[in-house]
Design a binder for this molecule. Sequence first.
Ligand SMILES: [Zn+2]
Length: 322
Amino acid sequence: MSRHEPIPVTLVSGFLGAGKTTLLNRILASDHGLRMAVMVNDFGAINIDSQLIVSQTQTTVSLANGCICCTVESDLIEQLGRLLDDRQNRPEYIVIEASGVSNPSKIANTLRYPQFREALAIDSILTVVDAEQFETLEGEMAQLAMEQLDVADIIVLNKVDRVDREQLDALKARWFYPNARLLECEYGEVPLELVLGVGRFTGGWSFRPAAAVQAPVLATAQEDHAAIFDTWSFSSDRPLSLKALRQALSTLPTDIYRAKGVCQIAEAQGKRCILHLVGSRSEIKPEEVWEGEPHTQLIFIGRRGSIDGAALQAAFEACVAD
Ligand SMILES: [Zn+2]
């Protein structure tokens, strides 16, 4: 096997709805001049994020049906191996977008397995934080979001336009570690040179409190992040009424944190619409013209036990336009 320089890897983490895909799209759409591979993880059965990634010439690897740090770790290993073995298109840079529930330090551990140790070099763990949502998370959700923040080499504090200066300063003072590079932005608009190829990786644990550093960092795969959540998806090939859809979204149980996907809207025929719901905020935006058959494919993510599939099915079936 020929020798290669290690490929830099940026791990993009952040809780459900923080804005990871938006940031990733910014990176991909920019003039980075690199042969890039992106690996996108959605823990639902449908990988919506890979559909929301801007289509560029890069290799996009989709890891669905589980959390990249636990349930589909073996998939990650296999796919990374495939990228490294590809002589013709060996990537010059890899960006891994973890699912919103993944623990990035566990992914960092995977990247340090013997077979990858010389082939890959983690550039940074970058954690996207939703300025508005972060402090509203509770229990296991808050804990997951904190874990993602704890190991961040770079914190992208996103959606700063939605909170006032005082709230923002309080959030930073309470939760952020001074060592991490902090970038405040809206819509994931960060200067590329501050996030790619920056060599900020510090090991995935250096910001943790001393007590935590004592604990072995090598995580076991026993924890299953996907198990904390339930997902549900809705598909239809008939157009939906915008008004009815908005209504259905506004009456979702509050334990459904996140919904996303593409939809076909009667009022915007011919246009692919992108739907995002984060907490109580939702947005449906018409995008470009459909490539292929118009359809609706939505995924919902909620706390385990919060999803009543039959009720949701009825609610969204009722959105189909006459
Ligand atoms: Zn996991």
